[in-house]
Design a protein around this ligand. Structure first.
Ligand code: UN1
Length: 499
């Protein structure tokens, strides 16, 4: 399916204008594919006002009814799965199979949220006073501002959007400047669902297309109750204090530096498969990408040899072609950061395998690279910082406890895993003295999480949790209610106050 066909199937033609200030380049060949108009800054005030009005109406609709809208959105996504997946590939460069996975993640999220809309439960708590009842109720929060990255240009929004919608909130979305078309497509599909759904107010979901100035507008505005921001730790360090200074709520999903321990008893074939998918897949551009492996001395040489062979055989190229497993990096600056990191790693004593640019003659303006495997003598500062590219640092270990402490000795805390057949090692890794990450797996790589679990991590990853489990609570406000159905007024803590 060509670009024009995708645009027309998704009815995006109307947004393309030669005078548009936002220029969209495809990482597939580096060529400009479209120009679209950004949101004028002087419109932002009006947009926020409209969002507030939409919230005031939406919050009064019963949650299971709100869930019905999300269910309808899931139907639109099913109908347009192929179109949206193609657009994601054209705009962010991931292979079509992974783009389909991204849309599937959104569909799963719709199903999950639609069911959850009947389960937004609070506790009832025993009261210390006779004939009293205490309980928690959960209420809609307000406007949710979503700042999302290029690498999951649709799914990250959907985690936030689906939960926000069932929780009774309105949405303002500032997508990455690199992927505005995917954002427009998502908005259109949601609007189509809204169109079939009488109870939904206008302006329930609105886009703010532009650069970081647009994001700052959201971050600084006290009418926006929750800022959910996914991106770099550097971005989070700017966003978090600003939102906190106005006592807003923030949900941060920032950098990861995800690790794996490969123990002597590991199924090495399984481990190698997981490593290649998690470290090289998505061209290393997932927040959950595997970036560090700690391999036991006894299996180090064997596993590294196997990985080199697998890396060499990887089909890298045009991401719409059937057999391709690795598409391009997003842009030149991403390629530059990768090269800078590899240079530093080499200076630190690392032995670099791969990492070179390829297909330059065919695509002089695009950045296709071999994934890099770097054997490091130790965990240097280069290994400790996240480079958003396919670089995997491999290190040896001989003592299990030492491997855990090396694993945790980074600032980020998103995802982690161990490959072992030793149940004690596995359980220790998952225990309080094991991995300090928000996601810890056994015999599964660190990337490719299901939507049913809470997604996110601690330390510099920001502490937020999105998608499954009870993440919905971040999108609601909690009230504790105590009801007296006696004819006395006993005070808590037994205080006597007979006035
Ligand atoms: C991201 O890279 O920002 O667990 C999200 C995963 C995906 C989501 C990644 N489900 O790899």
């Amino acid at each position: 399916m060509g670009f024009q066909q995708v645009l027309s199937n998704l009815k995006l033609d109307q947004y393309i204008t030669p005078s548009g200030t936002l220029r969209v380049r495809s990482p597939l060949d580096g060529e400009e594919i479209a120009r679209i108009g950004g949101t004028p800054l002087d419109q932002v005030e009006k947009i926020i006002h409209q969002s507030q009005n939409a919230f005031l109406k939406w919050r009064t609709i019963p949650a299971p009814k709100r869930g019905e809208l999300v269910r309808l959105f899931g139907i639109e996504l099913r109908t347009h799965k192929e179109d949206l997946a193609h657009l994601i590939t054209l705009e962010c460069g991931k292979i079509l199979e992974e783009s389909r996975g991204e849309v599937q993640e959104m569909i799963d999220m719709c199903d999950f949220a639609a069911g959850l809309s009947r389960q937004l439960y609070g506790l009832t708590i025993t009261s210390e006073r006779p004939l009293h009842r205490m309980m928690e109720t959960w209420h809609p929060l307000g406007i949710v501002g979503i700042i999302s990255p290029f690498n999951f240009p649709a799914a990250v929004w959907s985690w936030n959007a689906c939960l926000s919608l069932i929780c009774g909130n309105s949405l303002l979305w500032k997508p990455s400047e690199k992927t505005p078309l995917t954002a427009l497509a998502c908005q259109r599909l949601l609007n189509q669902a809204i169109h079939h759904f009488e109870a939904a107010p206008e302006h329930l979901q609105q886009l703010l297309l532009g650069n970081h100035v647009m994001g700052e507008k959201l971050v600084d505005d006290s009418r926006i109750s929750l800022i959910s921001a996914t991106g770099s730790t550097r971005m989070g360090k700017t966003v978090a204090p600003k939102v906190a200074s106005r006592f807003g709520r923030s949900l941060l999903e920032l950098g990861g530096n995800n690790g794996m321990i490969v123990a002597p008893s590991a199924d090495l074939n399984l481990a190698a498969q997981a490593i290649v998918f998690s470290a090289a897949g998505t061209t290393g551009q997932r927040c959950t990408t595997l970036r560090r492996i700690f391999i036991h001395d006894s299996i180090y040489v064997q596993l590294i040899q196997d990985l080199k062979k697998r890396y060499k055989d990887l089909p890298i190229g045009h991401p719409l072609k059937d057999r391709t497993l690795l598409g391009p990096l997003i842009d030149a600056s991403s390629f530059q950061s990768m090269q800078d990191a590899l240079k530093k790693a080499h200076q630190d004593g690392g032995i670099v395998f791969g990492g070179k640019r390829i297909l330059e003659d065919k695509y002089p303006q695009a950045y296709y690279v071999e994934p890099a495997l770097v054997e490091m003598p130790e965990q240097t500062s280069t290994v400790r910082s996240e480079t958003f590219a396919p670089i995997l640092y491999a290190m040896r270990y001989s003592n299990f406890e030492e491997a855990i402490s090396l694993h945790n000795d980074v600032a980020q805390g998103l995802s982690s895993c161990i490959f072992t057949s030793d149940i004690r090692e596995a359980e220790i890794f998952l225990s309080a003295r094991g991995s300090d990450c928000g996601i810890a797996n056994v015999n599964i790589g660190p990337s490719g999480a299901e939507i049913g679990g809470a997604f996110g991590g601690d330390k510099e990853t920001g502490g937020g949790r999105e998608s499954g489990s009870d993440s919905w609570k971040t999108y609601m406000r909690r009230a504790t209610n105590t009801i007296n159905f006696s004819s006395q007024l006993p005070l808590a803590q037994g205080i006597k106050f007979d006035a």
